[in-house]
Design a protein around this ligand. Structure first.
Ligand code: 13P
Length: 253
């Protein structure tokens, strides 16, 4: 996939998190079938739990739906019980990977340096990373949100991403799974700051790297969020679990 093909269309990414048994494959099939009968302006990807990645990739093969994993290790193989590598994701049919989701940073203590290592391994293997950043409510209320997120951007992106396809995702922690969405003003302010940092690090490429928003994106607010300045797509959690809701968000792009 060339860089330009990843930057020209919004990316709507469904992060299933730790949800989904075999029956959930039908939701992915329904998304694929709908996009086959009516093309979307958006690129679409589903990130199931790793237990379903291979079967889900097979189920949507040949359709406009890409697949990916929710995390990968920074090494390509070895004694890392419970982890999966970028090569394993490719082998299971995935083409993207989420790196540094706040739930991994919180639940597993992942640091930005580790996230950068994961993004580096992913891109080196040929995966397209989505690197996540976002502040807590405490940080926002202290007035430090922009400085905090910009530092996360700087520390979570390895220089080796230059020239490779990747995405940033801004997900304020207080908007994840809470039903509380950042205001469009919040999003525009933060995405502008992230854009400036990306341009400072990556030059021309940094001016076009997609910046996704995530945090309680739903059919009702997707149109407004996706139309905001510097929003290059959405990272959707809860509303990606049902094909009808996810399709409504895709159609809003
Ligand atoms: P929700 O859409 O459920 O708030 O989750 C957002 C998210 O964390 C996606 O990665």
């Amino acid at each position: 996939m060339t860089l330009s093909s990843t930057t020209s269309r919004p990316l709507i990414a469904g992060n299933w998190k730790m949800n989904g048994l075999s029956a959930a494959l039908d939701e992915a099939r329904a998304v694929a079938a709908a996009l086959e009968s009516q093309a979307s302006t958006a690129r679409v990807a589903i990130f199931p739990p790793s237990t379903l990645l291979s079967r889900l990739s097979e189920a949507v093969r040949g359709s406009p739906v890409a697949t990916g994993a929710q995390d990968c290790h920074g090494k390509s193989s070895g004694a890392h019980t419970g982890d999966i590598s970028a090569e394993m994701i490719l082998d299971a049919g995935g083409s993207l990977v989420i790196c540094g989701h706040s739930e991994r940073r919180t639940d597993h203590g992942e640091t930005s340096a580790q996230v950068a290592g994961k993004a580096e391994a992913a891109a080196a293997a040929g995966l397209e990373p989505i690197v996540c950043v976002g502040e807590t409510l405490e940080t926002r209320e202290a007035g430090d949100a922009v400085a905090f997120v910009v530092a996360q951007v700087r520390e979570s992106l390895p220089a080796s991403l230059a020239g490779k396809p990747f995405n940033l995702a801004y997900e304020p922690l207080w908007a994840i799974g809470t039903g509380r969405t950042a205001s469009v003003d919040n999003i525009v302010e933060m995405h502008a700051a992230i854009r400036a940092e990306l341009a400072a690090i990556f030059g021309e490429q940094g001016k076009v790297v997609p910046i996704l928003y995530g945090g309680s994106v739903k059919p009702e607010n997707a149109g407004e969020i996706l139309a905001a300045a510097e929003v290059g797509g959405a990272l959707v959690g809860g509303a990606s679990l049902k094909a009808t809701d996810f399709l409504a968000i895709i159609r809003a792009a």
